[in-house]
Design a protein around this ligand. Structure first.
Ligand code: XMP
Length: 335
């Protein structure tokens, strides 16, 4: 079996031998892979590592603050946070095609990352949280919208900065990456978070992305996730979904759950007035591989509570619907 302390000391020695006294840059996204890579490399070389965290304004509620609290404040990792919300929103204005939005977000991401990395003129290495399934996958076709992974050698970085790749998680599967993350001191909830797409809320706001929409969506999404975490799970047998460990709550019992912003208005009533506001859809799926997925049979009481809370707490949303489409024929995301 896998001996974690031995694994960590070997991995640390390997990184030290590889980079020596060189400086390393890592693009931190807040996702599991880049976070675990950052924690491992930091364990090996401390301040020789600088992380660049691009906030594109399409992150979840308080996500930027959580990343900074965990890495900069608790672990003492050097992190440069780049607030690029205006740049991303500017380039996304007027664009409603999903693939076009993905392209723009990917392109701007690389642009911002390279601009900030270019300031770290002593760096010799670019670290990435590439894991074993990514290695296999990139032998075939890449995942849609993938940005930072495999972006080395792109233009934008100064010519003298020929960075070598450092990929300490290349041989690990996702469950191993998670165990490593916990062993390195990352919080359990962060390491076992549902996957979040690179383009973030950009593909969960249907059509044109606007800051106001993102702000509403962030609030609705946070309420949904909070209630999933707070609602105990009573075991029901779901075909095609078996977990390694018994889920304790509905967040753990689902593979991915989130809110989607629909830029259409519908009529409602509030007090003795009529409202005309936006709609939010809730999506929760259970899946093994994300290639096919079942919609989660969430308890009606949970759905009711989430709906009430969103409508009462999020000014600008007066209707909540639940997505009961399977994949296929629907996809997990709405775009
Ligand atoms: P779909 O919507 O295709 O999603 O059923 C399957 C899984 O892929 C994720 N996803 C993405 N991840 N960039 C990403 O990094 C993307 O552009 C993207 N689109 C979908 C989705 O969240 C789900 O886990």
């Amino acid at each position: 079996d896998w001996n974690m302390p031995d694994y960590i000391s070997e991995a640390v020695e390997k990184i030290r031998a590889q980079v020596g006294t060189d400086e390393v840059i890592l693009g931190l996204s807040g996702g599991v892979d880049s976070s675990v890579a950052a924690a491992l490399i930091h364990r090996a070389i401390g301040d020789q590592l600088t992380c660049v965290f691009v906030d594109h304004g399409l992150l979840r509620l308080n996500e930027g603050k959580m990343v900074m609290d965990m890495f900069a404040n608790n672990l003492g990792v050097k992190v440069i946070r780049v607030d690029a919300e205006d740049q991303f929103m500017g380039h996304l204005a007027g664009v409603s095609d999903p693939e076009q939005k993905r392209k723009i977000i990917g392109r701007e991401f690389v642009e911002v990352f390279d601009r900030e990395s270019g300031k770290l003129t002593n760096a010799k290495w670019l670290a990435q949280g590439t894991i074993y399934p990514d290695v296999i996958e990139s032998a075939g076709k890449g995942k849609k919208g993938q940005t930072i992974k495999s972006h080395h050698n792109v233009g934008g970085l100064p010519e003298h900065m020929k960075l070598s790749l450092l990929e300490p998680l290349r041989e690990l599967f996702k469950d191993e990456v998670r165990k490593l993350g916990v062993a390195l001191g990352l919080p359990h909830d962060m390491v076992y978070r549902h996957p979040f797409p690179g383009p973030g809320l950009g593909v969960r706001i249907l059509g044109e992305v606007k800051k106001d929409y993102a702000d509403l969506l962030r609030q609705a999404d946070a309420i949904f996730i909070e209630e999933l975490r707070n609602t105990p799970y009573e075991a029901t047998i779901v075909p095609g979904f078996d977990q390694d460990s018994e889920p304790k709550n509905w967040y753990e019992a689902t593979s991915q759950a989130f809110a989607v912003f629909l830029p259409v208005k519908s009529v409602g009533v509030m007090g003795d007035g009529r409202t005309y506001e936006y709609v939010v859809a809730l999506r929760a799926v259970q899946t093994q591989d994300f290639m096919t997925a079942h919609w989660a049979h969430l308890p009606h009481s949970l759905l009711g509570k989430v709906s009430n809370r969103i409508i009462n707490e999020v000014r600008g949303i007066n209707r909540v619907v639940y997505d009961i489409s399977g994949k296929p024929p629907a996809t997990i995301e709405w775009e």
